[in-house]
Design a protein around this ligand. Structure first.
Ligand code: SF4
Length: 467
């Protein structure tokens, strides 16, 4: 069976798995499910999918009748993965860092439980706003509508994302989302003023089709033949046509800090070389990469003076003003109303809203402080060498399983072990026996995530059914 057919089979199995009727029996063996399907009159679809499955000899060897529906999905998935392996730059980077970390993440596909990926929020929202700027408006659209309207409309979209993210969250989480929203808007503002507006004047062209493009390309053998198994995948942020009529790849990153060492690092950045390589495979000889860094703010919530109006004996708090003058006016009015109040000067930490407002004002007052752009180039030899490395890493990644992987702890100059999700289950740091137990407690498997996702979909469907 061809990979494309296996993918169709997987989709069909998913459909069955998701069906309400079968979900309650998701752990039932196929043998029992078949009986159930027959008696319940839903057999034709079920039987068709099972017949499709039985046509794959290598899967039938695995005794599927005693397995559950999800086991079947996993069997098909593993078969697809054994025939087709896609690798990204971040997977290569993980593999280069540590073989065990790579195997747990990409082979076992263990993900931290309750990881809401909130640390990606600022970058993701900033990217989405920039994408909308180019796709929904473009240089001409901005000219037509004017800066104020474009910025306002995109800010409203961001506010909607914020409201959705805050729904049902604790005060602490909501505050963090408020701050992240301000930073995302600040980064976007800096990009708008220092990047978008300037490149328009410089005569760059960037269109809808070449913004946020997903690519998946065959890796080449030594002889230049396209591999049927290994592919290189990724997301390309932008593709520009410069004034010099040359193509430039655009990459945007949000970072907490940026300086000389960051610029130096760009010379070695595998992503830049890899993306130029993939463009070359598509017949585009890009002259370089327009690398944009949007810096996150260094300012932190601070203590601010406030004037509190309270009852003279301190027992009742009335209100708070940022200016002494305002507080005195409130006090005067209170006297007239017969209240015995006083004004006290205090200091308190900014609220999330106040801090967020200050962040936005800071970005607006000095966008150039938050915006950096470098043009990075690679020689044809460097790009060609990446193609060779890619072959090597793709093969190594496919062979690197949890069974044969080993920990490669960080040296004193790289503290990546401290940022590794798997530190608590790593045998370098802990007793190996604990590994299985801790993996089960702290991490979710693809199977658990699949069940969770379907439960969530069902809950949403039930909720919508009420309307
Ligand atoms: S803690 Fe360090 S050695 Fe262990 S898996 Fe993570 S990166 Fe590898």
């Amino acid at each position: 069976m061809r990979v494309a057919d296996l993918k169709t089979l997987k989709e069909n199995l998913w459909r069955l798995f998701k069906a309400n009727l079968l979900f309650d029996k998701s752990e039932m063996s196929i043998k029992d499910l078949t009986q159930f399907a027959k008696s319940d009159g839903v057999s034709s679809d079920f039987a068709r999918v099972l017949t499709q499955f039985s046509e794959v000899d290598c899967l039938m060897e695995k005794q599927p009748l005693n397995s559950s529906l999800y086991d079947l999905i996993e069997m098909v998935e593993n078969e697809i993965r054994s025939r087709q392996r896609h690798i990204s730059v971040s997977e290569i980077q993980t593999l280069k860092r540590c073989s065990l970390q790579h195997a747990l993440r990409y082979h076992g596909r263990y993900y931290l439980k309750n990881d809401d990926k909130s640390y990606l929020r600022i970058g993701s929202w900033t990217h989405q706003l920039i994408e909308r700027l180019y796709v929904d408006y473009g240089y001409d659209g901005v000219e037509l509508h004017g800066d104020a309207q474009v910025l306002q409309e995109l800010k409203e979209i961001l506010e909607k994302w914020k409201d959705a993210a805050q729904a049902g969250k604790s005060k602490e989480e909501s505050d963090q989302i408020e701050i992240d929203t301000a930073i995302a808007f600040g980064c976007f503002y800096a990009y708008y003023v220092e990047g978008f507006k300037v490149e328009r004047l410089q005569g760059y062209t960037l269109t809808e089709e070449n913004t946020e493009k997903y690519f998946k390309l065959p890796i080449l053998s030594k002889q230049g033949r396209k591999s049927p198994k290994y592919r290189f995948k990724g997301y390309m942020d932008q593709l520009y046509l410069g004034l010099d009529e040359q193509y430039y790849l655009g990459e945007i990153k949000t970072k907490s800090s940026w300086g000389k060492s960051g610029i130096k690092h760009l010379e070695l950045d595998e992503q830049i070389t890899g993306y130029l390589w993939q463009l070359k495979q598509q017949g585009i000889d890009a002259a370089g990469v327009v690398y944009t860094i949007l810096k996150k703010p260094g300012i932190r919530p601070k203590k601010i003076p406030v004037y509190q109006v309270i009852s003279n004996d301190g027992s009742d708090f009335f209100c708070e003003a940022r200016l002494q003058r305002d507080a005195e006016l409130i006090k005067k009015q209170a006297y007239k109303d017969g209240l015995d109040v006083d004004v006290i000067k205090q200091k308190r930490i900014e609220t999330a809203e106040e801090y967020a407002q200050r962040v936005i004002e800071d970005y607006k007052s000095r966008p150039e402080f938050y915006f950096f752009r470098e043009i990075v180039e690679r020689t044809p030899q460097q790009i060609q060498a990446f193609g060779r490395r890619l072959r090597f890493y793709a093969k190594r990644a496919a062979e690197n399983t949890i069974e044969n992987a080993f920990p490669e702890p960080a040296d004193p100059f790289n503290n990546y072990c401290n940022f590794c999700d798997y530190r608590d289950v790593c045998q370098h740091w802990f007793d190996d026996e604990k590994k299985e137990k801790l993996l089960a407690i702290n991490f979710s498997t693809p199977r658990e995530r699949a069940f969770e996702k379907i439960k969530l979909t069902q809950a949403n469907d039930e909720l919508l059914g009420d309307f």
